[in-house]
Structures are given as C-alpha cells and as structure tokens.
Write a protein that binds this ligand. Structure first.
Ligand SMILES: [Zn+2]
Length: 170
C-alpha cells in the first residue's frame, strides 16, 4: 500500500481491510521466536487481520492534517517463558495516525496520535509490524507458579516418560 493510497483513504474517509500472513511480517516472526515460540507450525499459521479507516481531518495547533485509524487483530501462539506451556494471546490493537512530513509540536505532544510521513518508504506491512511489536507483551508467564513447579514435594513429571508412552501406543 503506497502512501498516496493512505492520503486517498484519509481524504475520502474510506476503509480498506485485509489479512496479512506472518510470512510477510519477518520482524514479528523474529520477536515471537525471541519470546520462546518454537512451534514452527503454530508460527506459520499466524495471520493478522487489519482495518485501515480514513478519519475526518484534525487540527493540531494551527495545522489541519489527514487522519487514519488502524485496527489490527491477531492470535499469537505465545508460550510461558518459564515452563514453555502454550499461552495463546489474542491481540486487538488500535491506533490513530496523522499524515504529515513535519509533525507540528501539538502532534508530537499528543500521545494518542502517531504520525506517518507522507513520502515515507516504509511498507504497510512494516507499519502493522511496528504497532504489533509495540503492543507485544514483554514477558509472558503464568501468574501463579507453573504447573510442573507446583509438585515440588512429589515426583516431577518426566517428559521423556510421556514421550515413551506415546511411542508405545503406536
Ligand atoms: Zn508457566
């Protein structure tokens, strides 16, 4: 999606929506791996739905700027960083952008509105990535103790024993 397209959406207050596959979002993929997601199949199945909506132009100080709202939804196959049990996380993030080359002071001070250079070379995919990366939880962990750590008194379950049983059932 080009930046001319952003301006057109903003000016006409139109909406566009679609789905991005994770293959198009390498930085998100990398961030998920850093969070301990090692299930390639789960990772490959991640997709991100988006809606980009043109909003009425808004004043920042004396400057009126075209506005866009971006909403992004995805289900991330996160894992507990202590015990690596699956902790899938649904994400639903929304952002507003003003389109401009040089943001006025009032826009920089507005914490609810981001800005997008009208001639930026960045792709729409990298914009979606930026927003998801900012919203990504830093540490994903069970709030209480992780399940295997709770039976400290008894025997700890042996993951290899479980594996062995699986093999025997075949
Ligand atoms: Zn855990």
């Amino acid at each position: 999606m080009s930046n001319a397209r952003y301006l057109e959406l903003a000016r006409q207050q139109k909406k566009t929506e679609g789905v991005l596959q994770i293959a198009a979002l390498p930085r998100l993929q990398e961030a998920l791996r850093e969070l301990g997601v090692s299930d390639d199949q789960a990772l490959a199945g991640v997709s991100v739905a988006y809606q980009l909506q043109g909003l009425p132009a808004r004043y920042f100080g004396d400057t009126q700027l075209p506005m866009l709202a971006l909403a992004v939804q995805t289900d991330l196959p996160l894992v507990c960083q202590r015990c690596f049990a699956a902790m899938p996380q649904a994400m639903d993030v929304q952002f507003e952008f003003a389109i401009c080359d040089e943001p006025p002071e009032a826009l920089l001070e507005d914490e609810d509105v981001d800005w997008l250079e009208s001639d930026a070379e960045s792709t729409f995919e990298s914009l979606v990535e930026d927003e998801l990366l900012m919203a990504l939880p830093i540490a994903v962990m069970h709030e209480q103790a992780c399940a295997p750590l709770q039976n400290t008194a008894g025997e700890k379950p042996n993951p290899f024993a479980a594996l062995k049983n699986l093999k025997l059932e075949k």
